[in-house]
Write a protein that binds this ligand. Structure first.
Ligand code: NAD
Length: 500
């Protein structure tokens, strides 16, 4: 092991180089059950953000590549959409089993491509498997309004149908898991898919179809790699795609929705977040600080639900900040292979690393207090110190825009009303948490918060049974749960006149 010393944290590295043993997938697009070359002949390099080395290249897809994939998906959907829920559930359970059989490969690829610690990629793979298992069961429980005679001599039947071919666009922060959150309910509802993974992290999605090839029906799951402005754009405009689902930034969501509007395509958007963590004076401050240590820094804070914006009552702000600084100071930064106790990996890419550094420089220029961390760490790799910025004034830029790194800000409030108003003063509405021992507050405050998920005395706890998705600038549509199945199916009313 070697370490790179900075002021407060060190990057733990491993001398062992595992890159030669990486079980890389083929580099083509995956269409109708096989890997095929791209039409442009151009490729995109895939970089390990821990070492800055190129570990693979994938096809830079084109609109023509998307068209070929969509044509295959249209044909496959006709057969797939006519299967019974049980038959679809069998396929989803098989997918879960195949991922489980290949768990080590997925973990290795995900950690190499994103730099995420082993504990995080392990959790990602487990949650991916659970997502397929949950949707396998859920697909057999879809219900609709009871059939009945709602008009004299006319019997109504409500059918749930697949929407058709779904275009999916995924981000880099949880490449496999975000793909699973889309693929599982979309297939469960009887649709076929053309998916475009992030150009920065396509490897685990390609690995998924490599291990599934020949074991699930051809054409129901197609992958076209490439950039948002080409492949993502074509998915958003293609006339044979019925719905496009994106997890990503607000700006990409706006672009997709604008393009999709031209063909009145359905859109499902899971966008950014800036989760407030509201700490009332009666809260267990140690538990709240430990909660922020975990939920603010999981995946190096590159999480749309990260507990990144603390609003703490002024009477306990100092004590809470002390606990938080102590907690954050113990985080272990390093490369994934440097030990299973590593907790913080690098930023995903050089441009993102630069963006996070810029936010930290802005905070310093604004005279804010850096209570711990605050700096980039020595390379190679795009590491940023776990950071807490305290005494942040209301409306400060660092507390209102999404940084998407290991940076937590601390603001104070005086009254309960102010806490609610300030928490809601955000363009985002994805998730929030409230920390209190007061049972009345624990019921009242979540109702007043404008966020799709509100935790009480917890943060970032997810389960497949419950919905995930945002309000306001965080988008619309729900991942996970029966609500996702609803989003990926359509309702048809059939009315039969049986009068004489
Ligand atoms: P991004 O928006 O840069 O990229 C996401 C995907 O969109 C990529 O595949 C990209 O190629 C594609 N894309 C970009 N421009 C496009 C366009 N014009 N048309 C079609 N597709 C386009 O986001 P990212 O940097 O990969 O991921 C980070 C963002 O994702 C953050 O804002 C984060 O909050 C958000 N996110 C949200 C959730 C959620 O559940 N709400 C989950 C994970 C990440």
């Amino acid at each position: 092991m070697t370490t790179t010393q900075t002021e407060q944290f060190t990057v733990r590295r491993s001398s062992a180089d595992h890159s030669d043993n990486l079980p890389l997938p083929p580099a083509g697009h995956f269409i109708n059950g096989s890997f095929v070359p791209g039409s442009s002949g151009q490729t995109i390099d895939v970089v390990d953000p821990t070492t800055e080395a190129v570990i693979a290249s994938v096809q830079a897809g084109t609109a023509d590549d998307v068209d070929v994939a969509v044509a295959a998906a249209v044909v496959a959907q006709k057969t797939w959409g006519a299967t019974t829920p049980k038959e679809r559930a069998d396929v989803l359970n098989l997918i879960a089993n195949i991922i489980e059989e290949n768990r080590q490969s997925f973990q290795a690829i995900e950690s190499a491509n994103t730099g995420k610690p082993q504990a995080v990629s392990d959790d990602d793979v487990s949650s991916t498997i659970d997502t397929f298992r949950f949707m396998a069961g859920a697909s057999r429980t879809l219900t609709s309004m009871a059939g009945g005679d709602y008009a004299t001599d006319h019997t109504s039947v409500i059918l749930r149908e697949p929407v058709g071919v779904v275009g999916v666009i995924t981000p880099w922060n949880y490449p496999l898991l975000m793909a699973a959150w889309k693929i599982a309910p979309i297939l469960a509802a009887g649709n076929s898919i053309v998916i475009k993974p992030s150009e920065q992290t396509p490897l685990s999605t390609l690995k998924l179809v490599e291990v599934l090839a020949g074991r699930i029906p051809d054409g129901i799951l197609n992958v076209v790699t490439g950039r948002g402005r080409t492949v993502g754009q074509r998915l958003s405009e293609h006339p044979d795609i019925a719905l496009v689902a994106l997890t990503g930034s607000v700006i990409s969501g706006q672009a997709v929705a604008e393009t999709a509007a031209k063909s009145v395509k359905r859109v499902h958007l899971e966008l950014g977040g800036k989760a407030p963590v509201v700490v009332f004076p009666d809260a267990d401050l140690r538990a709240a600080a430990a909660g922020v240590r975990n939920a603010g820094f999981w995946n190096a804070g590159q999480d749309c639900g990260a507990a990144c914006r603390v609003l703490v009552h002024e009477s306990v702000a100092e004590e809470f900040t002390e606990h938080l600084v102590r907690e954050v100071s113990t985080l272990v930064v390093g490369a994934p292979e440097a030990g299973d106790d590593v907790e913080i990996g690098p930023m995903i890419s050089l441009p993102h690393f630069e963006r996070v550094k810029e936010s930290l420089a802005e905070a310093r220029e604004a005279g804010l207090t850096v209570a711990v961390g605050g700096s980039a760490m020595e390379g190679p790799g795009y590491f940023i110190e776990p950071t807490v910025i305290s005494n942040v004034p209301a409306g400060a830029h660092i507390a209102t825009h999404e940084i998407f790194g290991p940076v937590v800000t601390v603001e104070t409030f005086g009254t309960t009303e102010e806490a609610v108003t300030r928490a809601n003063e955000s363009p985002y509405g994805l998730s929030a948490s409230v920390w209190t021992r007061d049972s009345s507050l624990s019921l009242r405050i979540p109702k007043q918060l404008d966020f799709g998920t509100v935790w009480v005395n917890a943060h970032l706890v997810l389960a497949c049974e419950v919905p995930w998705g945002g309000f306001k600038g965080s988008g619309y549509g729900r991942d996970l749960s029966l609500y996702a199945l609803d989003d990926y199916s359509r309702t048809k009313h059939v009315m039969i006149n049986h009068g004489a």
